[in-house]
Design a protein around this ligand. Structure first.
Ligand SMILES: [Zn+2]
Ligand SMILES: [Zn+2]
Ligand SMILES: [Zn+2]
Length: 371
């Protein structure tokens, strides 16, 4: 038993240290549960209450320890009254693993479904008005809606399954094809507002099967204008900012989301920073957190495809660009939209270490940020 108690005390010490560094509480809770479960099994019957009591104390500690008002996921966060964004997916359009990939990048993930990651998507949640919006409607929509219901179980289910609207960045498959679930064959949504730029609206209105969603009034297209804020309610606005990104079927935008206290930038896809007529440093400076295109870690990541045909700012390029920026600016950047080949999917990879040691962050599914 003393060995078990020793392990518990070690874990608690690690928790108190790590919580001070704003580690992800979910990871800590998992670690704690494994240790406690192990201890309860090994402890003789009369003393079993000791690890159970420690679990209760530790749970209270975790509840109180999250002192950064804007920090990442905690169940307490979704119970507070401030609106927040939640990360419902971090993978490139194809999700993780990618269809047909039998290489090292996806092998473990095929074997272990708990490692799977949804395509990039953010939710905006207002716990007072009980409204929720999605930035993107991905091929993983049904799982992401379930995830959203779990973290915001108090919503009053306004609109279709509690969704007050959807904002789409562009017409690449990972960003809008989840709309099929709103249609006649699935949820039969009624006039769910879908906010899009003019070309994107034309694309949806004129190409099947999306045109049926418009004809049957499952969705109602609301046209966005570059740089023109859309007021979601008294506390939240969303502003589209146009970016260059191949643009075969539609324009592409980033979204800026402003809440009562904080703001975020959501920019999952862009060709290269120097092809943009806006200055990324200035925009990052104007927000509190920036979820930006981290599709590829570096050049040569796709050995069988010319990477100049699918331009993205590599993570290493963005890190170079922000190298001399103050630490507070670098820390705002949360890379997102990872291709299956991107080594930052693995939290223990050298690429992840290189990124975080340089002061940047990797977005993870279930992260939350108060607005
Ligand atoms: Zn994409
Ligand atoms: Zn792969
Ligand atoms: Zn794209």
């Amino acid at each position: 038993m003393s060995l078990s108690l020793y392990r518990i005390s070690q874990t608690l010490r690690a928790i108190s240290q790590e919580t001070n560094h704003h580690f992800h509480n979910r990871r800590l809770v998992n670690r704690l549960q494994i240790t406690i479960r192990y201890s309860i099994e090994k402890t003789p019957l009369p003393h079993k209450y000791i690890p159970i009591a420690i679990l209760a104390i530790a749970t209270l500690m975790l509840g109180c320890a999250d002192t950064d008002p804007s920090s990442n996921a905690s169940s307490a966060l979704s119970k507070s009254s401030e609106p927040f964004v939640a990360v419902l997916g971090i993978a490139q359009d194809a999700g993780y693993p990618q269809a047909g990939c039998a290489l090292d990048c996806c092998r473990e993930v095929w074997k272990n479904p708990s490692l799977r990651q949804h395509a990039t998507c953010l939710a905006i949640v207002d716990p007072i008005s009980h409204e929720r919006w999605l930035l993107e409607c991905t091929p993983d929509f049904k799982d992401q809606l379930k995830l959203l219901n779990q973290l915001d179980s108090n919503n009053s289910k306004k609109g279709i399954n509690g969704l007050s609207g959807i904002f789409l960045t562009h017409a690449h498959i990972g960003h809008y094809t989840g709309l099929i679930h709103l249609g006649h064959e699935v949820m039969g949504a009624k006039e769910t507002p879908v906010h899009v730029m003019p070309r994107m609206a034309e694309f949806l209105r004129t190409s099947g099967p999306w045109s049926q969603l418009v004809d049957y009034k499952n969705i109602e297209l609301r046209i966005l204008e570059n740089r023109k804020p859309v007021k979601l309610n008294e506390r939240i606005t969303v502003t589209p900012i146009q970016v260059p990104h191949r643009d075969e079927f539609s324009e592409t935008v980033a979204f800026r989301v402003d809440g009562p206290n904080r703001s975020i930038l959501f920019l999952p896809d862009i060709d290269k920073w120097n092809r943009w007529n806006e200055n990324v440093e200035t925009i990052v400076k104007s927000v509190d957190r920036a979820y930006v295109d981290g599709t590829f870690f570096g050049d040569g990541e796709l050995p069988n495809r010319p990477m100049d045909q699918i331009p993205h700012p590599y993570i290493v390029e963005t890190m170079d660009r922000f190298e001399s920026a103050p630490q507070s600016e670098r820390a705002k950047i949360h890379f997102i939209h990872f291709n299956h080949t991107n080594p930052v999917h693995n939290p223990n990879s050298d690429a992840t270490k290189q990124t975080t040691e340089a002061g940047f962050n990797i977005a993870r599914q279930n992260d939350q940020f108060k607005l």
